[in-house]
Design a protein around this ligand. Structure first.
Ligand SMILES: C[S@@+](CC[C@H](N)C(=O)[O-])C[C@H]1O[C@@H](n2cnc3c(N)ncnc32)[C@H](O)[C@@H]1O
Length: 324
């Protein structure tokens, strides 16, 4: 017997499939537009995500793509834009009505996008907690605004499932709300608020820990943005609660012996008088050339207490390259 909140979640998204609700649970972050890509009004109205999981640089070398929690299919269409092959993208969802709405949106997408075929996406009924997907078979596994709904043990299972299906070096790309304040228990236990992606969020640190605890050796924080306010007038809370959303990429790299590499957008800049600074652990800093560093390297460089290395704060905007 499934827990009540998972049933409530299914009902919320059954409703959202049958009656598209603009801004139902999520923000209106700008939608990726690409040359020759047209997204129908209904698909836009059914954008129930809180960021983007489609990053062209993840999509080189013809990856096998999995997308869990399909919504109206907008990100499946965007992934197909890059993949353009029959069955190149698999979409999994537990709600029949959502799968049906997505299928219908693809028929419209075929009319608006001469390059697109519905067959580019294989839609499969299944649960994020028991993915109907083979081990080590996926290069890019994405989810947008679903995992924050899950309670601790279910979130752990969902992350383990993504880890299981990814090939070595494969990428989990996700977008989810986070919250640095303690969300009161009454809101956390409110099944509908949780299903609406409003009260299940963890802090970024807790979320990263859950991701690395299942084995992902590298984590990139690609974006962090304001998301929602839960205010005392509209919600049962005494204080204002500020929720943000993040875009994260977790790579199924082997776990380094000294722990995961987490890139939160820190940068080191050497401004000394030598030709370069070499910590002899694989990090070479050239004068006045910024090097993206993971938080572990930032800590190690800081501990040297040098007065010729600057280490920036986390920008939560990491877009590749760097130390590890
Ligand atoms: C907040 S919506 C996000 C939809 C889509 N990712 C987007 O960005 O528009 C959550 C999606 O997850 C689906 N869902 C809910 N519970 C699920 C579960 N246990 N397993 C798989 N999908 C689920 C819902 O039907 C819905 O499509």
């Amino acid at each position: 017997m499934q827990q009540g909140y998972l049933e409530t979640t299914k009902n919320v998204y059954k409703e959202a499939a049958e009656n598209p609700q603009v801004g139902l649970c999520c923000t209106t972050t700008p939608v990726w537009q690409f040359p020759g890509l047209s997204i129908s009004k209904k698909m836009l109205e059914m954008n129930y995500g809180c960021g983007s999981t489609v990053h062209p640089r993840d999509l080189v070398n013809n990856p096998k793509i999995l997308y869990v929690g399909v919504g109206g299919g907008m990100e499946l269409l965007q992934f197909s834009y890059f993949s353009r092959q029959m069955g190149g993208v698999t979409g999994v969802d537990v709600v029949d009505e959502m799968l049906q709405a997505c299928k219908e949106n693809f028929i419209e997408a075929e009319k608006q996008n001469p390059w697109f075929r519905s067959g580019f996406v294989k839609l499969v009924k299944g649960d994020a907690l028991r993915l109907p997907i083979e081990d080590n078979s996926i290069d890019v596994a994405a989810q947008n605004c679903l995992f924050n709904i899950f309670k601790h043990d279910d979130l752990k299972k969902a992350l383990q499932e993504m880890y299981r299906v990814l090939k070595p070096r494969g990428r989990l790309v996700l977008s989810d709300p986070i919250c640095e304040q303690e969300i009161p228990e009454n809101l956390r236990e409110d099944e509908r608020l949780r299903a609406l992606c409003l009260s299940g969020s963890l802090s970024l640190k807790e979320y990263i820990k859950m991701i690395t605890d299942v084995g992902f050796g590298t984590v990139e924080i690609r974006a962090k943005r304001p998301y929602r306010i839960l205010d005392p007038v509209n919600y049962d809370t005494d204080e204002l609660i500020y929720i943000e959303s993040v875009e994260v990429c977790a790579i199924k790299d082997p776990m380094p012996v000294d722990g995961p590499c987490v890139f939160t957008g820190k940068t080191a800049i050497y401004y000394g008088t030598e030709d370069c600074f070499d910590d002899e652990k694989g990090h070479v800093l050239l004068p006045n050339q910024p090097l993206a560093i993971c938080d572990k390297t930032a800590g190690a460089l800081k501990a040297l207490n040098r007065n010729d290395i600057f280490i920036s704060n986390s920008t939560y905007f990491y877009d590749g390259g760097g130390c590890c």
